[in-house]
Design a protein around this ligand. Structure first.
Ligand code: AMP
Length: 421
């Protein structure tokens, strides 16, 4: 017997039904905000990802040399592919360009609940502006997508990498030391962080101020701390504008300022945000995004960009954890030919009803009525249409309402009226 590879999953029809519902709900919100869907290949040239994230990313990738000797990688995310696509073919489009996508991603991660080697992301890129209202709309859309999917317990954290940089600068921590500290900050490993700061010769007083600033939710306090850094001041003023739009126009008030968001990605800058489902535990992060700079690296003309990616599988997990009631998949009717010589007419009736968009299944096993009714029940048919010789002689059929058990005789010519939505 064969098994699926480690870190991958099969989805049964019930799971697919949930996934389709959530996908449609996400797509509808992207469209409401004027975003248009794009699709890129599942594999790309490895270089695309090493250019963006450095050679060490290879350890986290599924990469291989193809039969033509090309170094290929299964995509670990979709921002690099979408920006490659933009630089190659979409640069002349009017701005802002609002693109969204769904796609499976592949990472050589250690699998656990909510962390897979093949997983799906839904995300978007906003190309052409990082005005405060543009970024506020981006954050609001991410939030509304998760809310509209049915989640009630989500939390938004907002940070800024330029401000974080200024905080590092104030403590005289150069880039190489920052790269050591960043993963500790990312994982909120504050004890290890203190130890590392002490190893770097930072005084206990400065270390404790650093930790305090990383953990405070008071933007004014942060502003005061980096008041000599012009860039950080500008970023904080812009952040305040973004927050005002979130508060006043989008009515999103459930957020926390969190300067310890690092996103772990070199090409991010400025605003960063994350949305989490606190009940999911270790893998609670549903969405991550912010401002970034990738277009010049890929050879395009510098243009401000931002975007986010939502972990689709974790969104489903979060909905299940909240015991969200997904509607069951139903079929409008199951047709039961009572005898073999009714099959031709039954198939014809099925086709007629499918033409008006009814979902129709039909007994293909030549079973008796009672077994067929049982099966109709098991596939959640709303109605059973029983087609027998006596009825057919009068050009009628019997419709059984599977929920109430009520039976009615209906003229075949009137049948369609029973299925018009
Ligand atoms: P990232 O591209 O790392 O910012 O990821 C964006 C989102 O994708 C995260 O917030 C997660 O929800 C989801 N995600 C990332 N890695 C995985 C994984 N291995 N399995 C499932 N979801 C993931």
């Amino acid at each position: 017997m064969y098994q699926n590879p480690r870190g991958t999953r099969d989805f049964n029809p019930e799971e697919m039904q949930k996934r389709k519902i959530v996908e449609e709900s996400i797509r509808s919100i992207f469209q409401k905000y004027g975003y248009k869907e794009v699709q890129t290949p599942i594999f790309e040239n490895l270089e695309l990802f090493t250019a963006k994230s450095g050679e060490t990313i290879i350890n986290e990738l599924y990469s291989f040399v193809d039969k033509g000797g090309r170094e290929i990688a299964l995509r670990p995310e979709l921002t690099a592919p979408v920006i490659r696509f933009y630089v190659e073919k979409l640069q002349m489009k009017p701005k802002p360009l609002k693109l969204f996508y769904f796609g499976n991603c592949f990472r050589y991660d250690r699998p656990q609940k909510g962390r897979y080697r093949e997983f799906k992301q839904a995300g978007c890129e906003l190309i052409g502006t990082v005005n405060p209202e543009a970024l506020a709309e981006l954050i609001a859309m991410a939030y509304k997508i998760l809310e509209n999917s049915g989640l009630t317990n989500i939390h938004l954290n907002i940070g800024n990498l330029n401000v974080l940089s200024a905080i590092f600068k104030k403590l005289n921590l150069p880039k190489d030391k920052q790269s050591y500290l960043i993963p500790l900050i990312d994982k909120s490993m504050f004890e290890d962080l203190l130890e590392a700061l002490s190893d770097f010769g930072i005084s206990p007083k400065d270390s404790s101020t650093f930790l305090d600033i990383l953990q405070t939710t008071d933007l004014n306090k942060i502003q005061e701390f980096v008041k000599t850094d012009k860039d950080a001041q500008e970023e904080i003023l812009k952040l305040k504008e973004i927050l005002a739009f979130l508060d006043n126009s989008f009515k999103i008030k459930n957020y926390t300022i969190k300067m310890s968001i690092v996103r772990g990605l070199d090409y991010y800058k400025g605003l960063v945000f994350e949305i989490e489902a606190p009940k999911l535990g270790a893998e609670k992060q549903l969405c991550g995004g912010g401002e970034y700079e990738l277009i010049p690296l890929f050879g395009g003309k510098e243009t401000p960009t931002s975007g986010f990616a939502i972990g689709f599988d974790r969104t489903i997990l979060a909905l299940e954890t909240e015991k969200y009631k997904f509607p069951a998949q139903q079929i409008d009717a199951f047709i039961i030919p009572v005898s073999d010589d009714m099959i031709t007419e039954s198939l014809r009736i099925a086709q007629e009803l499918r033409k008006i968009d009814a979902s129709i299944d039909i007994d293909l096993m030549r079973r008796g009525i009672s077994k067929s009714l049982k099966y109709a029940n098991s596939i959640n048919a709303k109605k059973a249409i029983i087609i027998g010789p006596n009825e057919l002689e009068k050009s009628t059929v019997t419709i059984k309402n599977m929920e109430t058990g009520e039976q009615t005789t209906v003229k075949i010519t009137d049948l369609k009226n029973n299925f018009k939505s």
